[in-house]
Design a protein around this ligand. Structure first.
Ligand SMILES: C[S@@+](CC[C@H](N)C(=O)[O-])C[C@H]1O[C@@H](n2cnc3c(N)ncnc32)[C@H](O)[C@@H]1O
Length: 289
């Protein structure tokens, strides 16, 4: 089994300063209430609603594939209709996250593009694999896996992100049947998700992809536990992120060290940025006790 990391180097990032955020929201770390995990049933009504979307953007970043995704204007309208004012407020204040309330899933982050390109260029085998897009947001990585004939589970902290962004994005790129036959959706905190999934599913993942999810060091252990508990023997996890997240403090080395200390995974760098660029791509492999 192996886990691979994708890293962007030090880069100023517009996550709001966590101290300011605490003052603004009255959220201290000890008071954070993380949301429970849910499996989301994608109803025919949601599929129908998603088809009403006619304002979308086109992504041509991935070799050989053109992806469509819901434009932010359309997304904002949907969220207003659903009274998601907390999320709209966070986004409009350019606060990319409000810890334990909104975790940044309403846009496509840079490392998703890096990871997607890597998957396509390296021809990562996906056909008939069980794949988890962990902290999926737009779901771009999972959609690429669907187009490569994988079965894909999408997980995001916020149910609103799954319903208003992930599912409509999937439907802009694949047929409705694919959603019913090859997708599952989960919301909530990683700790609760891991428990829910391992208690109920009886299946483990061949591949777990996660992009831009290591920014908060307080969440590293539960993120790591998702791999530890749900990756199949012989499976691979890819972790894409920046080397350091200013303001929130998460860093790729710290996350890698957590895995190394635990001694279950072998880690390996699989991609590094060229001189002067702001990206690098690391990896670690899983090994057995
Ligand atoms: C910065 S966004 C990245 C979204 C997407 N992967 C991308 O690269 O565009 C971070 C994602 O991690 C997820 N996330 C962060 N903390 C989480 C937590 N404690 N439990 C579950 N999901 C979490 C959120 O759902 C959010 O979509």
């Amino acid at each position: 089994m192996c886990i691979e990391l994708l890293v962007r180097k030090m880069f100023k990032f517009n996550f709001s300063d966590s101290k300011d955020e605490e003052e603004k929201t009255g959220n201290s770390k000890s008071k954070l209430n993380w949301l429970p995990a849910l499996e989301i049933d994608v109803s025919s009504a949601l599929i129908k609603r998603s088809h009403v979307i006619n304002n979308y953007s086109v992504c041509t970043e991935f070799p050989g594939i053109t992806l469509n995704y819901v434009s932010s204007k359309e997304l904002l309208e949907t969220l207003k209709l659903k009274n998601c004012y907390g999320i709209i407020e966070a986004e409009s204040q350019h606060s990319d996250l409000v810890p334990a309330k909104y975790e940044g899933g309403l846009k496509i982050w840079e490392c998703s593009y890096d990871l997607g390109k890597y998957i396509m260029e390296q021809c990562v085998p996906l056909e008939n694999k069980l794949v988890l897009d962990l902290g999926c947001g737009a779901g771009i990585i999972g959609i690429l896996a669907l187009l490569k004939q994988a079965e894909v589970h999408f997980q995001d902290y916020n149910i609103e992100v799954i319903e208003s962004f992930t599912v409509p994005n999937i439907l802009l790129n694949v047929k409705d049947d694919v959603v019913k036959e090859r997708c599952k959706f989960y919301s909530g905190d990683w700790e609760a998700f891991s428990q829910l999934y391992s208690n109920n599913s009886g299946r483990k993942y061949d591949i777990i992809f996660t992009s831009e999810t290591i920014y908060n060091p307080d969440n590293h252990q539960k993120l790591y536990n998702v791999f530890k508990e749900n990756l199949k023997k012989g499976g691979v996890a890819y972790i894409a992120g920046k080397i350091y997240y200013f303001g929130v403090g998460g860093c790729m080395r710290q996350f890698e060290n957590l895995a190394k200390k635990d001694g279950i995974f072998k880690t390996d760098v699989v991609w590094k940025c060229e001189e002067g660029k702001v990206k690098s791509f690391n990896a670690f492999d899983k090994f057995f006790l």
